[in-house]
Design a protein around this ligand. Structure first.
Ligand code: PLP
Length: 386
């Protein structure tokens, strides 16, 4: 660990509370600091590095792609973008894609899409609903969709027409999901909010009501998408299909790429010049994303997520049974949280675990958060639990 406070105080906006470790190397599920200390990474750059560090397939693709054209403007055809869109479509439910660079940007695209959808149905259909404790990003629209006032404080006036429902609450859903709503935004598993999965019967009712009242069901799968829950998309664990899906985080295996997927029948909702992103879907990012998808398939990583996820759940359940200060774990696949008693500050525990060589995150509700690379082995899960 190194004291970098002085330089970062001068050069960077103080929006992050950085831990004073500088990682200089990564391999598989491990990171190494400048002193050569090894850390098991249970956080994966906050659910981003699906294939861990220096995965040979990803390194090879990056090397090749760097020698080719890595940016082209969207004024021209980009074959890799079309290939990636086709892949994502075949893995989901027949979708059309818009590519961008981050989760917030994917949500922004979905917000505009939803507003235009409502506009085309008569003007008054413009309310957007999301859930309390949700997280959809930090740009103004995504921040407004985020149902946590602490992120919004001091940034008003926020865009109008957003309302929040308690999560997994049938009564509120029935009362609020009216014809003036154009879209309902939902995380299948609320991530930042504390790793809280949607209840299957609630998800089914959401789908029914959205269809009945002509409301777009937008799933924010920025964190849950691309294998994290043991299916390509988390909704596939429930057998309920959305209309739109927002993706980012793991899609590029560590390289920035975001995506909005929409049901084919809705494709024409946005037309020429209605939306754009300069860097969105550049050949470099798309090639890496294609390699991520190919690797998930070739290395049978969805199976690994399910097996390692069950192993992690069993281990965390044992901890919960043994220690009074931990509660039962929550989550699906390799997205789990261990809630701690209120007198145990999750942030402090996280820092002390890092000193002992284990990187975890924190999530809302005083939880330790586990989102390791999807390549994690049984031995590494055991090491994490120990
Ligand atoms: N949506 C969800 C569910 C997220 O977890 C996040 C980030 O944590 C975002 C959106 C925002 O993504 P980004 O930081 O790439 O803008």
């Amino acid at each position: 660990m190194k004291d970098r406070k002085i330089s970062s105080e001068l050069t960077l906006l103080p929006v992050y509370n950085r831990i004073e470790i500088e990682f200089v190397r990564g391999a598989g599920c491990y990171l190494y600091d400048a002193q050569g200390r090894r850390y098991l990474d249970g956080l994966a750059g906050i659910a981003v590095n699906l294939l861990g560090y220096r995965h040979p397939r990803l390194v090879e693709t990056a090397r090749q792609a760097a020698g080719e054209i890595y940016h082209l403007s969207n004024l021209f055809e980009i074959a890799q973008q079309e290939q990636l869109a086709e892949q994502l479509s075949s893995l989901s439910f027949g979708t059309a894609a818009f590519f961008c660079n981050s989760g917030a940007e994917a949500n922004e695209a979905a917000i505009k899409f939803a507003r235009r959808y409502g506009h085309d149905r008569g003007g008054e259909k413009n309310r957007i609903l999301s859930f309390e404790n949700s997280f959809h990003g930090r740009t103004l629209g995504a921040l407004t969709a985020t149902g946590q006032p602490r992120y919004q404080r001091g940034f008003g006036p926020l865009p109008a027409g957003f309302d929040y429902l308690p999560f997994n609450d049938f009564q509120a859903l029935e009362a609020e999901l009216k014809d003036d709503v154009c879209a309902l935004f939902m995380e299948v598993v609320q991530g930042e909010g504390g790793v809280v999965p949607v209840k299957p019967e609630f998800f089914r009712r959401v789908r029914e009501l959205c269809t009945e009242r002509d409301v777009l069901l937008v799933l924010d799968e920025v964190q849950t998408g691309i294998g994290r829950t043991g299916e390509y998309f988390a909704y596939q664990n429930y057998g309920v299909e959305p209309d739109l899906i927002c993706l980012a985080k793991g899609l590029g295996g560590g390289f920035p790429i975001g995506c909005l997927l929409v049901r084919q029948s809705l494709r024409e909702t946005l037309g020429f010049s209605d939306h754009a992103s300069t860097f969105g879907g550049n050949p470099f990012a798309c090639k890496l994303a294609l390699t991520v998808l190919e690797t998930l398939n070739k290395e049978k990583l969805l199976e690994n997520v399910r097996e390692r996820g069950e192993q992690l759940t069993r281990g965390l359940e044992e901890l919960a049974a043994r220690y009074e200060f931990v509660d039962r774990p929550r989550g699906i696949g390799l997205m789990q949280a261990l809630p701690l008693a209120s007198d145990m500050e999750a942030g402090k525990i996280m820092r002390s675990l890092i000193k002992r060589g284990l990187i975890l995150g924190v999530a809302g509700g005083n939880c330790l958060r586990f989102v390791p690379p999807l390549i994690i082995t049984a031995e590494e899960i055991d090491e994490m639990l120990t």
